[in-house]
Design a protein around this ligand. Structure first.
Ligand SMILES: NC(=O)c1ccc[n+]([C@@H]2O[C@H](COP(=O)([O-])OP(=O)(O)OC[C@H]3O[C@@H](n4cnc5c(N)ncnc54)[C@H](O)[C@@H]3O)[C@@H](O)[C@H]2O)c1
Length: 396
């Protein structure tokens, strides 16, 4: 469906922690405008609009959907609301970008995909890692056969707490060690719904943040056949748990390709970051060489090249690219705008976003059931009834 005003007019639904990074792609864009915002917390929406020079603040979601001049919405709210808001937007003929993970289960994904199809609008799952320039270079090198046939992938996620501004009201030890505070401030409200698995859909590290990892792994190596996982839980603060340490293994559908994702949280580890105080490293082994991407969200290894390749006895360093994690958001937004403008599928369509979610759900199912789980025979999980109050998940 073409846009109605020449310029694509987008509205942000949700003006929380991540919304600021979604503004980048609209800056000076010749074909799109960040036209309005809506948040159930109207003060937040007003402050955000003031700060970013946004024309319109809506009083209700209904008002956004009734506005015929709006072409698209970006859904930036807690996960339990993704499906409902996306389906309503499709029915009002608005294109939809929905932040990851797209929904809580597969039947919600199906509803969203069907609503977009029936109403002739685009549905994009906003997953920014695939747009991070070092990953984009690594993917190009893989596709061009630089390391031969890809055989295995290892993905490491480090989460660190020392000196982190992400964690409100935590005692600060970093000054004693001569370290600056690191990371951006994350308000307590932004964490609370994540610790309630009926609102978040799962734990903060495997289900929520893990979606990025499942997405980039499939992007690099293709579809997954079966998964086997151990997902433990550990206390962040007394009575509050997160879903790690976690080790997840899988086999890809094509050929003899395997992978491992290893998530660990270290409370006394200092991680340099402008954003969340975590960082990632990826290693892909091919039939002729090895590729490494040495950073993403943070910058634990600033003196190491963002992309490295070992081949024929030599190590090659690749430095010439943007490495700020924020750039991946701008690139991801540009994909949404271009998909609308040129009436094409976005990079993570509803269908692909559903497959990524299935990978995550199978990992969780494998850990819960203590056995390997095949993606093709996975039975969708039923959603538990919302309890209305915080239910902090702990040892199961
Ligand atoms: N790509 C990434 O790396 C990344 C990072 C952080 C968050 N996210 C995703 O972005 C989304 C938002 O996360 P966040 O950290 O900004 O959360 P947040 O809690 O900081 O902000 C959510 C905002 O949504 C508002 N809200 C809640 N329900 C609403 C509704 N029904 N209608 C309108 N507004 C509503 C809240 O008032 C709040 O301002 C989530 O899907 C999350 O997983 C992605």
């Amino acid at each position: 469906m073409p846009c109605k005003n020449g310029k694509i007019r987008s509205v942000f639904v949700g003006c929380g922690r991540i919304a600021i990074l979604h503004t980048e792609g609209y800056k000076n864009h010749p074909d799109a405008e960040l036209y309005g915002v809506f948040d159930v917390d109207s003060k937040k929406a007003e402050a955000f609009a003031r700060e970013h020079g946004i024309r319109k603040v809506y009083r209700s979601y209904g008002e956004v959907l009734e506005d015929k001049t709006v072409d698209a919405v970006e859904i930036l709210v807690p996960h339990h609301a993704h499906c409902e808001l996306a389906v309503q937007a499709c029915k009002a003929k608005k294109h939809v970008s929905v932040q990851k993970p797209m929904a809580l289960n597969l039947s919600q994904c199906d509803e969203m995909i069907a609503a977009a199809k029936e109403n002739g609008v685009r549905l994009k799952v906003f997953e920014n890692f695939v747009f991070y320039p070092p990953y984009q270079l690594a993917k190009k090198m893989l596709d061009e056969g630089e390391i031969g046939e890809p055989l295995s992938i290892r993905y490491k996620m480090n989460n660190g707490g020392l000196g982190s501004a992400n964690i409100p009201a935590v005692g600060r030890k970093e000054a004693k060690l001569g370290l600056e505070k690191t990371g951006w401030e994350v308000p307590i409200g932004s964490w609370l719904w994540r610790l309630n698995d009926t609102l978040c859909g799962g734990g903060p590290l495997v289900f929520d943040d893990g979606y990025h990892k499942f997405s980039i792994i499939m992007h690099m190596m293709g579809d997954v056949e079966k998964v086997c996982a151990w997902i433990d839980c550990s206390a962040v603060l007394p009575g509050i748990y997160q879903d790690c340490p976690a080790t997840i293994m899988w086999k890809h559908k094509q050929g003899q390709k395997y992978g491992v994702l290893d998530i660990v949280s270290s409370k006394d580890m200092y991680i340099q970051s402008k954003y969340y105080t975590c960082d990632e490293r990826m290693e892909i082994t091919g039939s002729r060489g090895v590729l490494w991407v040495t950073r993403c969200t943070g910058t634990m290894l600033p003196d190491v090249a963002p992309v490295l390749m070992y081949r024929d006895g030599k190590l090659h360093e690749y430095w010439d690219m943007l490495t700020d994690w924020g750039v991946s958001f701008r690139n991801c937004t540009l994909d949404f705008i271009d998909a609308i403008k040129n009436d094409r599928e976005p990079v993570l369509s509803g269908e692909r976003g559903r497959e990524v979610l299935k990978f995550a759900l199978c990992a969780i199912e494998s850990s819960n059931k203590r056995r390997e789980v095949f993606l093709d025979s996975y039975e969708d999980r039923k959603l538990e009834r919302r309890k209305g109050i915080l239910r902090i998940f702990g040892k199961r």
